[in-house]
Write a protein that binds this ligand. Structure first.
Ligand code: MN
Length: 499
């Protein structure tokens, strides 16, 4: 059976989309999930784009072994130098060099000519190949490019050392049958005196990213670009779970498969939601909340008789398992570690595990039954706050409708210095946030505040997400606690720690 490689762009194209930005700790945490999912390539970022991106690519290359780590670069030597410095510590480094090839992009965006583009591709690919053993060349807007010119560009990239040629449907324009034709044309036209892989990068502007990706596979693509939950610029990229489960569910039709550990599909989807705070639409294929929900009478009747009447995927195959294990205050550390592994969190270090177990015990005391969602929320808070410089020590909030709202707070810095603050406010949260600013001498401003109950029940944990502006930067924070005031304080401190 033919194996299709998955090039995962969740941390690059996905992260580039509005509202999906992740910091270094969050990206590393997601990269570990992608590694466990067993993707073939992690697109770690665009190293030359910013110092932050560079640090993320470098950290992922340093930490994630046994897997190919890629950095995107524009078709210029300096980008290749920076990207190479960032990825060279990877076990299998890859430079993914792109340039637009459609006349529209060449004239309007690059203010260049076809001849100049061809020359640049040859020169830069050869330059990059001298640095890095594996080069992918991506033709941006390839699907709106003159076919003969695209072939020439690919031949030039191939001749100068690229081993992967990527057809980017940058604006989600092509139709499935058309893409099949294009792939056959390219395959047939390239003089393939050496081995190379063809790959596709499909966008979802017309809702066709998955269909186009599958069509490309049928036409002989070796590698496909995907993102978890289909996140990405504008309408997103081809969704990893849809492509992978199409190939798996219709194996006899496609005759190919991926190396993805499908049991981690749901955990990976949830983890991304947890890290970005952006939910998946309820009716999203494979990972939406309703993807396996049955309500209408006829359907439920069928499901009871035989699950296969209305389900083509066994929920267990994608890791959608309702926990029948009850976690509570008698559960030990091993039970927690086991549960974390099932939920896809198997890479926490000792310090994080210690802190997490402490919080777990406190929570189990407070609310008797601890659900998977509770555990996920705790892990998220722990991952995000792991390197936090400031920690909450204690606080007192006075609130009511017959007195002014006040907060006294004591915050401890990692070096042991304590900061005390006091403030009043319009309400308890306002008072608490003013008190934090008073204690730390900061001028942080709250831009957005959201609170959500992690589970049902009045003893549920409250999960607070905030956006705070501090020193001209906008930072996110997250906190979780059965006491919503404390969750709010943690979220604000987490944001300050992230600034
Ligand atoms: Mn893209």
């Amino acid at each position: 059976m033919r194996k299709i490689e998955i090039f995962d762009s969740t941390l690059r194209d996905g992260e580039q989309a509005p509202g999906f930005s992740m910091n270094l700790a969050e990206k590393l945490s997601m990269a570990r999930m992608l590694q466990a999912l067993n993707v073939d390539v992690i697109d770690a970022g665009f190293a030359a784009c910013s110092q932050g991106d560079y640090a993320c690519v470098k950290t992922i290359a340093d930490e994630i072994k046994g897997i190919c780590v890629a950095s995107l670069c524009r078709c210029v030597e300096t980008d290749c130098d920076i990207a190479w410095n960032a990825v060279k510590s990877a076990e299998k480094p890859l430079l993914n060099i792109f340039i637009a090839t459609s006349d529209l992009h060449i004239t309007q965006k690059l203010h260049s000519s076809r001849e100049e583009v061809l020359e640049t591709v040859g020169r830069v690919v050869a330059y990059a190949r001298a640095l890095c053993p594996e080069i992918e060349f991506s033709a941006e807007d390839a699907t709106r490019t003159d076919r003969e010119f695209l072939l020439k560009v690919f031949q030039t990239a191939l001749d100068n050392g690229a081993s992967v040629l990527n057809i980017a449907d940058t604006v989600g324009y092509i139709q499935p049958e058309e893409l099949k034709e294009l792939i056959k044309y390219i395959r047939g036209g390239l003089s393939s005196y050496k081995e190379y892989k063809l790959s596709v990068h499909c966008h979802n502007d017309l809702g066709l990213a998955t269909a186009n990706t599958l069509a490309a596979i049928e036409a002989g693509a070796d590698r496909v670009d995907c993102t978890v939950n289909g996140i990405g610029e504008r309408a997103g990229n081809a969704s990893l779970e849809e492509v992978v489960m199409s190939l798996r569910t219709r194996k006899e039709y496609y005759g190919c498969d991926t190396g993805i550990n499908t049991k981690l599909i749901v955990p990976a989807s949830r983890k991304l939601v947890m890290l970005t705070g952006v939910k998946v639409q309820a009716n999203k294929a494979v990972v939406g909340k309703n993807a396996f929900a049955h309500e209408s009478g006829i359907h439920v009747h069928g499901m009871v008789a035989d699950r296969r009447t209305y389900e083509i995927i066994d929920p267990e195959d994608i890791g959608l398992t309702e926990s029948r294990i009850i976690m509570g205050k008698h559960s030990g550390r091993h039970a927690l570690e086991d549960r974390l592994a099932v939920l896809g969190f198997n890479n926490l270090n000792q310090l994080q595990m210690d802190a997490l177990f402490e919080k777990f015990k406190l929570l189990a005391e407070a609310k008797k039954i601890v659900s998977d969602k509770d555990i996920e929320a705790l892990v998220k808070a722990e991952i995000l706050d792991y390197m936090g410089e400031y920690r909450l020590d204690k606080y007192i909030i006075n609130s009511g409708n017959v007195l002014s709202n006040t907060c006294n707070i004591r915050i401890v810095k990692s070096d042991g210095t304590a900061f005390e603050g006091f403030a009043t406010g319009e309400g308890p949260i306002d008072a608490a946030y003013n008190a934090i600013n008073d204690a730390l001498g900061t001028d942080a401003k709250l831009l957005d505040y959201m609170i959500e109950s992690v589970t049902g029940g009045t003893d549920a944990q409250g999960a607070v997400s905030v956006k705070v502006s501090l020193d001209d930067k906008v930072v996110k924070g997250y906190g979780v606690n059965v006491n919503i005031f404390e969750a709010s304080i943690s979220a604000y401190l987490n944001a300050i720690n992230n600034s």
